[in-house]
Each structure stands twice: as C-alpha cells, then as structure tokens.
Design a protein around this ligand. Structure first.
Ligand code: SDX
Length: 426
C-alpha cells in the first residue's frame, strides 16, 4: 500500500509526516521528526496521542470492543480463568495444557513473601488505607530481590512478572488482615488462585474458612475483567517509570499510586460510597442533577470513560456476574436496585447520552465485591492486584522493543521571560 502521509504547512514550509497503520484501530501520524521544524505537538491529557506500539490489548471505544492478544474479553471472562489470561497477556498466546500447568506451578512456588515483610506492616497505623500499605510494601519488594533485577534479561523480566503475580494476593490479603488486627494467613498451594486469595482474606486460625465455589468463580472473573486496559493512566505511569530503567517493583508501586485516584481505579470504592450516600431510588434525581451541574464538582462515579463512548464491554459481563453472585448467595442488595435504576436513568438522560457517559468497569464491581464480603477500602487493592499482570506485561513489552528510550515529554512554556534577579538584601 502506498505510504500514507500527512502534510503540514509550517511557516510556509510543507512538512510531510508519515501515517502508520496498525492491525486494528485508527492510523497514527508519526510526529517524531517534528522537533527539527522547531515545533512540538501539544496534547495535555494525551487525548489524541499514541504513546507506543503495543500488541497486548486493543480497545475500540465507539464499538465497545476489548481484545486481549486478539481474544474478546467476554470469551476470556467466561471461558478462561485468570491465570490463563495472565499467561496470554505476558507471553502473547493462550497457553497449551502443558504451558498452563507449568505456569500455575511456577506461580504457586512464589506465593509466599519474605518473612521480613511482616515487619514493614508494623510501622503502619491500623487505620492506614490498604492502598497506602500496598503501595509501600510493593515498592519495598526490590529490597528483597537483588539477584533478578537485570531488566535487559528477558528471562529475569519474566521471573519478576511471575513473582509479582504470585505475591500480590498474599500482600493484598496482608493489608486487609493488618487493618482489622487479625493474624496474617499463609498461602495454600492446593487452592486455586482466587480460592487462595479468599482463604488468605477470610480464614482465621480458630476455624477453617469454607470457600463458596460461586464466590471463587466471581472473584476470578473480577480479576480477569481488571487485568489490562491498553495505555490507561496507571499503565502509562508504569511504562514511563520503566523507561528510566527503574526496577519492576518500583514501577508497579508507581502504577498502584496512579490507580488509586478516584478518576481511575479508585472509582469502584467511590462508586459504592456514592450508592450508599444516595441511599434510596427516590434520591437519584437529586444526584443526577448535581452530576450535570457545571458548578458542582460531583460526578457519577462509575460512569464515563476516556475511550469508551459506548458501553464498557467489561461492565456488561460485570452486570451479569453481579446478578449471578447475588442470586447464588441469595442476597437482595438495595444498592443493586439503586445501581440498576441509576443506570437506566443515565442511559435515557439527554446529558449522559450527549456526553456518551455509560457505566464503566467500576460501576458494578463494587456491588459484587461487597456481596463477596470485601470491605470497600479494599476495592482498589483488588483492582491493583488484578491489573499487575497488565502493568508488568506492558513493562516487559516495552523493554523487549529495540531502541526503548526514556520518556521525556516537552511543554508549552507560559511563564516569565528572562529577567534579572535582585538578591534579597537589595
Ligand atoms: C477506569 O483509561 C482507562 O482505561 C481506565 C480504566 C482501566 O481499566 O484502566 O477503564 C479504569 O479508570 C474507569 C473510569 C473510572 N472513573 C470513574 O468512574 C470516575 C467518573 N468518571 C469521570 O471522572 C470521567 O468520565 C473519566 C475520568 C472517566 C473520563 O474523563 P475524560 O475522558 O477526561 O472526560 P471529561 O472528564 O473531559 O468529561 C467529558 C464531559 C465533561 O463535561 P464537559 O466539560 O464536556 O461539559 O463529560 C462530563 C464532564 O463534566 N463527565 C461527567 C462524568 N464523566 C464525564 N459528568 C458527570 N458524571 C460523570 N461521571
């Protein structure tokens, strides 16, 4: 196909910029040569900027499509388990039976954390937010694993990836146990990934914890639905941190910090708090009016998305899972009634239709997590745990690509022109 080009006229000079096409999705204009014409592009918030080339996840916001390595999310969420999804995100293809067994075995061999980690927790207040603890502990992991930190070695990068996928549930559960003053529970390798996490969260030395299969299945599906999402804020944070050569644990801690914001992964906790604040169906109109009011910073948590201008395909699967879990557990949660009514109003309301604000991945997840017995302040920890495979897969891909360079955006400077400094004594 003839090379496509974009023509820019700058100061009367015609500048040709190559247009690149991917496998799917819109083309991109390669502006890397623009610097030599004395201009930068300007795109705060990266609304129209492709930051990298990637083969991991594809999103079509207009059609509500989400593919991981080409596999549609609805098929993965219903026909694969989370560790299968972890394997294909990291390695590129769905695993064979053999590859899956070996991968699961490797994960199981890394589920325990160094005993020294326990002493890191002792420094936190009991009422510290679990995300604050998670961020600190994961950042500190590099102090235990010096031997596998040659990030130029692909095998060591994969070892770091499997170590992180294996240990995040253990650390996440430790954050919860510490916050409620209960003893830490060690991983049990005869349990599946989601069963093991639930056991570390809810079992106590005094009695065994009975794992409900429906709950374990819902937990596994929640992990899958949060596993990766292209170049979102936290993934871009991990890539930028990784581009300086920082160790993978520090990069993942940076991703955790970025995800914590209520506009991003913190929305699931914020969404449930919002539903509880609304309290009843007849107060929804008041909150919808506030969401529309330009002078009111209130936004409907769980609605809207930078990319999806259609239903978030994960929200669809999450909604089905929500009904399955509540029915199988025999729970009638009034918050679900509020959520369903809110969704219906938002989908019919001119403001939300015109701004293409649909429920996103965070809208229903909070209701499922609450039904499973996960406390609200642990919701974003679950999101971070699930997203670790996405973050580390992008980190691994970036470092596998030849010519990886440190990320260094420029700016439009609107400050003071040069001026003389007058020392304070004068
Ligand atoms: C996640 O990027 C990802 O992929 C993220 C994620 C992932 O998997 O990694 O999908 C996970 O973060 C999902 C999003 C969770 N966040 C929330 O639910 C918080 C509520 N949503 C908003 O904060 C907002 O919708 C964002 C941050 C999600 C998207 O914001 P954008 O794309 O920057 O759009 P915007 O803020 O400029 O909003 C566009 C318009 C604005 O009105 P105008 O200025 O055009 O008049 O829509 C309005 C906004 O005021 N708007 C909302 C709204 N979201 C946007 N109005 C009311 N309620 C909302 N929720």
């Amino acid at each position: 196909m003839a090379d496509k080009k974009a023509i820019l006229t700058i100061d009367g000079q015609q500048v040709e910029l190559p247009i690149m096409s991917g496998t799917l999705g819109q083309d991109v204009i390669d502006v890397r040569s623009l610097g030599k014409y004395g201009h930068f592009t300007f795109d705060p918030g990266f609304l129209a900027t492709g930051s990298c080339e990637s083969e991991i996840t594809f999103i079509d916001g207009a059609k509500g499509v989400l593919l991981h390595r080409g596999y549609p999310i609805a098929q993965l969420a219903t026909q694969a388990d989370y560790l299968e999804v972890c394997y294909l995100l990291l390695h590129g293809n769905a695993p064979t039976e053999e590859e899956y067994k070996e991968f699961v075995g490797t994960i199981k061999n890394h589920t325990m954390v160094h005993e020294g980690i326990e002493f890191f927790f002792r420094g936190f207040r009991r009422d510290a937010h679990p995300m604050a603890m998670l961020c600190g502990i994961v950042g500190a992991l590099s102090s235990f694993y010096h031997r596998d930190l040659d990030i130029t070695d692909a095998d060591q990068r994969v070892r770091c990836a499997t170590r992180l996928v294996a240990k995040l549930p253990t650390i996440a559960a430790m954050c919860y146990k510490y916050s409620i003053g209960q003893p830490f529970v060690y991983p049990k390798n005869d349990l599946s990934y989601s069963e093991n996490f639930l056991n570390m969260m809810f079992s106590v030395p005094a009695e065994d914890y009975k794992i409900e299969p429906a709950v374990a299945k819902a937990m596994d599906r929640i992990f899958t639905l949060h596993a990766d999402h292209e170049q979102n804020a936290s993934t871009s944070t991990v890539r930028l941190a990784g581009s300086s050569g920082a160790n993978p644990y520090a990069c993942i801690a940076a991703g955790i910090a970025s995800l914590w914001g209520p506009a991003h992964g913190g929305a699931n906790e914020a969404c449930l708090n919002m539903l509880e604040e609304i309290g009843s169906v007849d107060r929804i109109d008041e909150y919808v009016a506030r969401a529309k009011d330009k002078n009111d910073p209130f936004r409907l948590m769980g609605f809207g998305h930078r990319v999806y201008k259609n239903f978030d395909p994960r929200a669809k699967v999450m909604r089905e899972t929500c009904h399955e879990v509540l029915n199988s557990l025999g729970i009638k949660d009034p918050l679900l009634d509020i959520a369903m009514r809110l969704e219906q109003i938002a989908l019919e309301d001119e403001y939300f239709i015109s701004k293409k604000l649909y429920p996103n991945v965070d809208f229903y997840s909070g209701i499922i997590l609450k039904a499973i017995g996960i406390p609200t302040n642990m919701f974003t920890v679950i999101f971070a745990m699930s997203r670790t495979i996405g973050w580390i897969s992008h980190w691994h891909e970036m470092l596998s690509q030849p010519g990886a360079k440190i990320g260094r955006p420029r700016q439009l400077y609107t400050g003071e022109a040069e001026r003389e400094f007058t020392p304070i004594k004068k």
